[in-house]
Design a protein around this ligand. Structure first.
Ligand SMILES: C[S@@+](CC[C@H](N)C(=O)[O-])C[C@H]1O[C@@H](n2cnc3c(N)ncnc32)[C@H](O)[C@@H]1O
Length: 232
């Protein structure tokens, strides 16, 4: 299913980025149960009709690689006037978030358990998102691994076709050289305009919390860099 074949085809080389490894890690019985009990409420598949997925047609925010979903749960609770789509390949994280959403009876979130690049290409319609958020994407620190980083020119062009003009892209990382790469990629993209001055980072905005993952980075002495761009 492709909402629009044209932009997806134009950006199709980005599907070759393999930005993750399928490490299942510990998949607890409670996380496994979440798929049986809550997937029909929160889960989206390739053939799900996104237009019918939410009760209300309000602006939609996408979070890619939400990990254990701490931020996404907080966002959904603190921005109840928006819908949220989360994409994550790591099943334990998806299970954990579904349990938390159900426990708090949150209903403005839907989740894909799949590769974000394929979801963007085949399931998300052009100009349909108000915002995209990618927090602490895998840094792939070794030189030979850096081709696996998500934030690359073709990927941000693909994202640019899915976020509506005037919409926002928010990235954060705790790796200095990935922050520099993000800046270079976005400053050279014609789809995105820096909301700060040219080539500038922004302080952490109020809508992003400090997650467990970020706190661990800080304990290791890492800095944190936020970038907020607007779709041209
Ligand atoms: C370093 S973790 C950060 C998690 C979370 N955003 C946080 O700040 O705590 C990166 C996450 O992105 C997910 N990920 C990486 N590539 C992805 C892709 N192409 N599609 C969906 N999820 C992806 C990984 O499984 C991992 O959970």
């Amino acid at each position: 299913m492709a909402p629009s074949a044209e932009p997806a085809r134009a950006a199709s080389p980005s599907r070759h980025i393999r930005s993750f490894v399928r490490r299942e890690g510990r998949f607890t019985p409670a996380q496994q149960r979440a798929f049986a009990e809550h997937w029909s409420r929160y889960g989206l598949d390739a053939d799900s009709d996104l237009a019918q997925a939410f009760a209300r047609p309000v602006p939609c925010v996408l979070e890619i690689g939400f990990g254990n979903g701490e931020q996404l749960l907080w966002s959904a609770q603190h921005e109840p006037e928006r819908n949220f789509i989360g994409i994550e390949v790591h099943r334990p994280g998806v299970g954990r978030l579904m349990n938390a959403l159900a426990a708090h009876n949150v209903d403005n979130v839907r989740l894909y358990n799949h590769d974000a690049i394929e979801v963007l290409q085949h399931c998300i319609a052009p100009d349909s998102l108000a915002e995209a958020r990618i927090y602490f994407p895998d840094p792939w620190p070794k030189k030979r691994q850096q081709k696996r980083r998500l934030i690359q020119p073709l990927f941000v062009e693909l994202l640019g076709t899915r976020v509506a003009p005037g919409g926002r892209l928010h990235l954060a990382t705790d790796w200095a050289d990935y922050a520099a790469q993000m800046l270079t990629v976005l400053e050279t993209s014609t789809a995105w305009r820096n909301t700060a001055a040219l080539e500038r980072f922004v302080p952490r905005p109020a809508w992003r919390i400090e997650t467990h993952f970020e706190k661990r980075g800080r304990r290791l002495g890492h800095g944190v860099w936020d970038l907020v761009y607007e779709r041209c």
